[in-house]
Design a protein around this ligand. Structure first.
Ligand code: NAD
Ligand code: DAU
Length: 341
């Protein structure tokens, strides 16, 4: 599929900014329009140094249909990363999650239909399936989200699938695993633990969840998976994107500490996340049939990622100030007071 002007929504966040770099590198004639609200998680530092001749930034909200329509003008396709993405924040309050992850997605679908875009790819998550004890979810399994974040993502997906069936809107959905790599906002477990450990601060591991399992997908592999689904996928279809690296949270935590040469005494077992999903696992054979495969080995990806945070303190020290500190206190203040080890 030939795309000349691609709208990327939420391109100033973690995966979106990595995706913009990936696309500009892979397709020399491509122009990208990045439409991003710049919430607390949006950061233009993530895009420093990219080729400004092939890139346009527009600040805006996907829940604002008119602003979105203007940004979409002249684009052949769109990829949506814009979302409220942190489970713990959704437990504290989910109003913004509904606005962006549901209303925003509906606006994207409507604009895709009325403007006649060739493709809309919605970046979704393995969390929509909920937890699984044995085996792995396939795309045909039902959704069963367990927290406000994943419920809002599943809601957006259901509206998209109905839109495809009703109007023939050319929408494709990807469901990715836990993603890691450079430029991830340090509220997520991996960059939070790496940056806390660099500063010899405690690592708040959820007690009861220390043996919970996540499948780790390197960010470049997630980007190549999205690209493959966008260009080779079939409208109306869903594609899982798995890393193939299932690890217990305690294993991830120990790995981070070992890579940094820090003591396991930094681990603090704090009260668990309510409704904490035990294990995520997805089967990506459907996308693999289109020619995609993850390239990054977990040990190598972890070493590279930890080194990136060690070498880029300028990036995360700015982020771990202001709003972040208020959130950190709200999320962990009482937890540290109630810690159980
Ligand atoms: P992020 O939180 O790092 O970035 C989200 C971006 O969206 C930010 O730049 C923010 O400013 C922007 N944004 C938020 N609300 C917006 C709105 N209303 N209008 C326009 N822009 C808005 O997110 P991420 O971790 O990069 O995740 C990107 C996408 O991938 C999300 O849709 C998420 O659900 C999905 N996903 C993430 C992971 C993961 O492990 N991080 C895994 C699977 C799927
Ligand atoms: O699976 C894909 C999803 O991965 C994405 O859709 C989400 O946007 C992304 O945030 C992520 O969700 P998780 O809830 O799995 O990620 P998080 O980094 O918040 O937590 C990972 C695991 O670590 C989880 O079992 C909870 C645990 N954890 C997390 C934090 C923040 C802790 O033990 N302590 C913590 O402080």
């Amino acid at each position: 599929m030939n795309i000349r002007r691609l709208l990327v929504t939420g391109g100033a966040g973690f995966i979106g900014s990595n995706f913009i770099r990936y696309e500009l590198e892979q397709y020399p004639d491509l122009h990208i329009v990045n439409f991003d609200k710049l919430t607390y998680a949006g950061n233009l530092d993530n895009l420093l140094g990219i080729d400004e001749h092939r890139y346009t930034f527009i600040r805006g909200d996907i829940a604002d249909a008119d602003a979105l329509a203007n940004a979409m003008e002249g684009c052949d396709a769109a990829v949506n990363f814009a979302a409220d993405t942190h489970v713990d924040r959704s437990i504290l309050g989910a109003t913004e999650f509904i606005s962006t992850n549901v209303t925003g997605v509906y606006n994207l679908l409507e604009q895709t239909r009325t403007k006649g875009l060739a493709r809309l790819l919605l970046v979704s998550t393995d969390e929509v399936y909920g937890s699984i004890e044995k085996g792995s979810f396939r795309e045909t399994d039902p959704v069963s989200p367990g927290n406000p974040y994943s419920a809002s993502k599943a809601s957006g997906e259901l509206i998209a699938l109905a839109h495809h069936r009703t109007y023939g809107t050319p929408v494709i959905i990807t469901r990715g695993s836990n993603t890691y790599g450079p430029y991830q906002y340090p509220e997520k477990v991996l960059p939070l633990f790496v940056t806390n450990a660099i500063d010899n601060q405690p690592l708040p591991l959820y007690k009861g969840g220390e043996h919970n399992v996540r499948d780790w997908l390197f960010v470049r592999d997630h980007c190549s998976g999205i690209d493959c689904a966008l260009r080779r996928g079939t409208p109306g279809e869903i594609y899982n994107i798995a890393g193939g690296n299932e690890r217990e949270n305690i294993v991830l935590t120990r790995k981070i500490l070992a890579l940094l040469g820090k003591s396991e005494d930094l681990i603090r077992l704090v009260p668990d996340r309510p409704g904490h999903d035990r294990r995520y696992s997805i089967d990506a054979s459907k996308l693999k049939k289109l020619g995609w495969a993850p390239q990054m080995d977990w040990d190598e990806g972890m070493a590279l990622t930890v080194k990136w945070y060690q070498e880029n303190e300028w990036w995360w020290r700015k982020v771990k100030s202001g709003e972040f500190l208020e959130y950190y206190k709200r999320q962990y203040g009482k937890r540290f007071a109630d810690e159980t080890s």
